[in-house]
Ligand binder design. Structure first.
Ligand SMILES: *Cc1c(COP(=O)(O)O)cnc(C)c1O
Length: 377
């Protein structure tokens, strides 16, 4: 939703070209909602969702920890005021020299999903805490992350055993149920798997202590999503069901759910046309597309709410595309988007729910278009 502060900013500053405006008040509210919904979990903000320094500074000041994927993201979190003990290196794919740099910067918490990565960490970050990521099926998520990361729970047992024997602290298990996950039972299935790893290793005298429940908390796009409170209750119930009186420490890593609804992209209609005289659908070309930051429209996965100055008028089906000379730069075509028939070239279109996964996905200069500008207010 475009907040009043965002609308006022756009009305008074009139920034030229497409741009993202992020309202920090919304980020603050989201952080507090997570705190309240999951009071016993430490929050590690997934920096990749939006690494704007203002966002990182706000979250650091509120006490958030940070999930990072690279040395550069670790440095950003440190610059924002987080201490190294509040940073996890959560990418399961790391160069050994980057692990060593992270270790030099003080980071002692690392994600792994195979024995090969454990061996790197044992060499480059001796004695550190490691957690092993297990696969989930990603069912119910609009942006699944399943196959690339994690291993089956049986293998996680081997990975953590190896970590233990190499002098690392076999700390726990992690999973990510898939981004924009609206099925509350997804955490229940993943927690059952996590529990099985705990049980098998406990039988060998290796006592895991932590479950990292990842991200996946949704942003409202065109349809309602469960509240943070509903997620908190479902997760708490699943934790008690599987762990009973032996509750582990828990971590959550919200990215989208922390910043998605805090941002709005202002764009402009560059062209409206048809492909033939009796074409029913109009092609609406905006000044932002897949290469300007809207990469999550890939396969039409994320469908952003669009606000036009003509809302309320009669609507007709539109194919929405970006401004570049690549035919892949089409946002919505299979599932056409209804927009007012009165929409006109030059109209401003607000793309809502764009606070996450936009600025960093913009290309550097494809076709000479600048990367997406961002204002954090
Ligand atoms: C991307 C990512 C997140 C954030 O996911 P969201 O669905 O945006 O909340 C959390 N943890 C890890 C390891 C990630 O890669």
């Amino acid at each position: 939703m475009a907040t009043q502060r965002i609308l006022d900013f756009l009305a008074t500053r009139r920034p030229e070209g497409p741009c993202l405006v992020v309202d920090l008040e919304v980020v603050r509210d989201n952080y507090q909602a997570f705190r309240k919904a999951l009071p016993n979990s430490r929050i590690f903000y997934a920096v990749k969702a939006n690494p704007a320094p203002e966002i990182l500074r706000l979250l650091a000041s509120l006490g958030s920890c940070f999930d990072t994927a690279s040395v550069a993201e670790i440095e950003m979190a440190l610059d924002a005021g987080a201490t190294a003990d509040r940073i996890s290196y959560g990418n399961t794919i790391k160069k050994e020299r980057d692990i060593a740099r992270a270790y030099d910067l003080g980071v002692r918490l690392f994600a792994v999903d195979c024995v090969e990565e454990v061996e790197k960490i044992a060499r480059a970050a001796p004695g550190s805490q490691v957690f092993c990521r297990v696969l989930t099926d990603g069912a119910g998520a609009e942006w699944p992350l399943s196959r690339k990361f994690g291993c089956v729970p049986e293998m996680a047992v081997d990975v953590l055993r190896r970590a233990h024997h190499l002098g690392l602290d076999a700390y726990g298990v992690s999973f990510h149920v898939g981004s924009q996950q609206t099925d509350l039972s997804a955490w229940d299935r993943a927690l059952a798997d996590a529990r099985s790893v705990f049980v098998k290793l406990a039988a060998e005298g290796i006592n895991l202590r932590m479950v990292n429940m990842g991200g996946g908390f949704p942003t409202r796009y065109l349809t309602d999503v469960p509240t943070a409170q509903a997620y908190g209750e479902a997760i708490f119930d699943a934790l008690s069901k599987h762990f009973g009186n032996h509750m582990p420490e828990t971590i959550i890593e919200p990215g989208r759910g922390m910043v998605g609804n805090a941002g709005v992209i202002k764009s402009e209609v560059v062209l409206i046309s048809r492909k033939s005289e009796n074409d029913e659908a109009r092609w609406v070309y905006l000044d932002i597309g897949k290469f300007g930051g809207l990469a999550e429209t890939m396969d039409e996965a994320i469908r952003y709410p669009l606000v036009t100055p003509r809302d309320g008028d009669e609507v007709g089906p539109c194919i929405i595309a970006g401004p570049t000379c690549d035919s892949a730069d089409v946002l919505y075509e299979k599932n056409m988007y209804p927009l007012p028939v009165s929409l006109t070239i030059g109209d401003e279109v607000l793309i809502e729910g764009t606070g996450a996964y936009t600025t960093t996905y913009a290309s550097v200069a494809f076709n000479g278009f600048e990367p997406l500008k961002a204002y954090v207010i």
